[in-house]
Design a protein around this ligand. Structure first.
Ligand code: TRP
Length: 461
């Protein structure tokens, strides 16, 4: 049999740029700042950082270890490490969640592209806040225009992935991630120099423990997970392209730090500006597409900053979406033996089609609901609340119990030394702490505790 050499990342910086590119996404920019303020600022931050370090980082390492040792896609890596066992189906879970996330991610990323255009042409600049909200609603519910931008975004994602790891994903991540950092720093400087910026910084950093509810704690873990792109085979897939000379512990730590830092910088860019102009910070899409344009409009040089912001959002989305697409492409090409080109085209088209349904579910398909959710919300729910936690939990259990300490140690010692205490701590976290914590978040996410509470109240009058 001819053994084809598998592609690898060319440099250590390339690995970090690509993996951080995956982690740094829409979640960092529109979700993190808001939930931090909402659940008590620095109080929430402390909990978030603990989860990032104690659960996020170990699972990221576990994914890297499985990928680099398995040297295959998310499914194939398990298959090679433990032939004939059911663990390989965790890989399916990953590929399935990749399609789901990619489809709805592409829709929102399309909105970001649209807003680059809308900011640059100045349309948004002379509108009242009611008009801005109306513009957003009209755009997202219209049947055609959002599809054009979504398809354009998916096309760009496909173009990057089709050329491969080194010449595609790595090359563009190495350009786009530093650019993202520069843009966010410029926006930060603008935000903190606005008169009245202090309120926003206070909202973000002042510790208010009374706002840190149990829901907030669960949100912190859930978001730590989402933000690091865990539990769906992305880091297994990327890990499989990492060379042996790379120290995985160092890489994972750097990626985690980069992700957290950008989330904080996004908070510093957004919240002071929102407060300085006395606008209510909203959550999610509303914050970015309906609140921020109001802010930019009132700011000196707002048009330029507005364009920069939406370019930032588009870049963050692009480097994430290429990593999700790669999960599917690696699976198609290695397991189903497709040529990489064909695999990319197929996967892109499939995710785009699914995304079109998501996009239309804001407008003409809005009446079709399941469990009270439209198609977009349903996919988001399935991926973020069901598939990702399950994937992450199984990966932790797999490395903790099946792959085991000795082999993990071997893998982590390429390119470095890992001390015994750290290794034992890591295995302990993977075996017990992470699976239990994730299980709790999972049960909460699917509404299990609500049901139990209702039953309890019924039984006790
Ligand atoms: N981490 C991304 C963000 O913060 C979202 C995300 C979750 C993701 N899982 C992923 C991105 C998998 C790429 C691959 O927005």
């Amino acid at each position: 049999m001819i053994k084809k050499t598998r592609e690898t990342f060319g440099s250590t910086f390339g690995v970090i740029a690509a993996a951080a590119g995956s982690a740094i996404g829409l979640g960092n920019i529109w979700k993190f700042p808001y939930i931090t303020g909402e659940y008590g600022g620095a109080a929430f931050l402390v909990v978030y950082l603990i989860f990032i370090a104690a659960i996020g980082l170990p699972i990221m390492l576990a994914e890297f270890v499985v990928g680099r040792k398995g040297k295959r896609n998310a499914f194939g890596s398990f298959k090679r490490l433990v032939p004939n066992s059911w663990w390989r189906y965790i890989g399916y879970l990953g590929v399935a969640s990749a399609f789901i996330i990619l489809s709805y991610y592409g829709v929102v990323a399309g909105w970001a592209l649209k807003y680059v255009v809308a900011s640059a042409t100045g349309i948004l600049h002379n509108m009242s806040s009611g008009q801005i909200l109306g513009y957003f609603r009209e755009f997202t519910t219209s049947p055609f225009e959002p599809l054009i931008y979504q398809i354009l975004f998916m096309f760009i994602t496909g173009l990057v992935v089709i050329v491969g790891i080194k010449k595609g994903i790595e090359k563009y991540s190495k350009i786009l991630m530093p650019l993202l950092l520069v843009i966010i720093i410029i926006l930060d400087i603008r935000a903190v120099t606005l008169p009245g910026a202090g309120e926003g910084l206070k909202f973000l950093f002042y510790p208010d423990f009374s706002k840190l509810t149990s829901e907030g704690v669960l949100q912190a873990l859930g978001h730590a997970f989402f933000s690091l792109s865990l539990g769906m085979g992305v880091l297994i897939t990327y890990g499989s392209y990492v060379k042996r000379k790379n120290n995985l512990m160092k890489t994972a730590s750097e990626v985690t730090i980069a992700d957290t830092l950008i989330a904080l910088l996004a908070g510093i860019a957004i919240l002071p500006a929102v407060f300085a102009f006395g606008v209510e910070p909203g959550a999610g899409p509303g914050l970015v597409f309906a609140t921020l344009p109001n802010v930019f409009q009132q700011m000196t040089g707002g048009m330029v900053f507005s364009v920069m912001f939406f370019v930032l959002l588009s870049i963050a989305a692009l480097t994430s979406s290429i990593s999700i697409l790669e999960v599917a492409v690696a699976y198609f090409s290695e397991e189903l033996k497709m040529k990489r080109k064909l695999a990319t085209i197929m996967a892109t088209i499939l995710a785009t089609l699914l995304g079109i349904i998501c996009s239309l579910s804001f407008g003409i398909l809005g009446d079709y609901k399941l469990f009270g959710k439209n198609f977009f919300d349903l996919l988001d729910f399935i991926a973020a609340n069901v598939l990702m936690p399950l994937g992450g939990m199984f990966i932790a259990l797999f490395v903790g119990w099946v792959f085991g300490k000795r082999r993990t140690k071997n893998e982590l010692e390429y390119g470095g030394h890992i001390n015994k205490l750290l290794l034992n701590g890591l295995i302990f976290l993977l075996r017990y702490v992470a699976p239990i914590a994730i299980l709790i978040v999972f049960l909460n996410g699917i509404g299990f505790f609500e049901i139990v509470k209702n039953i309890w109240f019924k039984c006790n009058g």
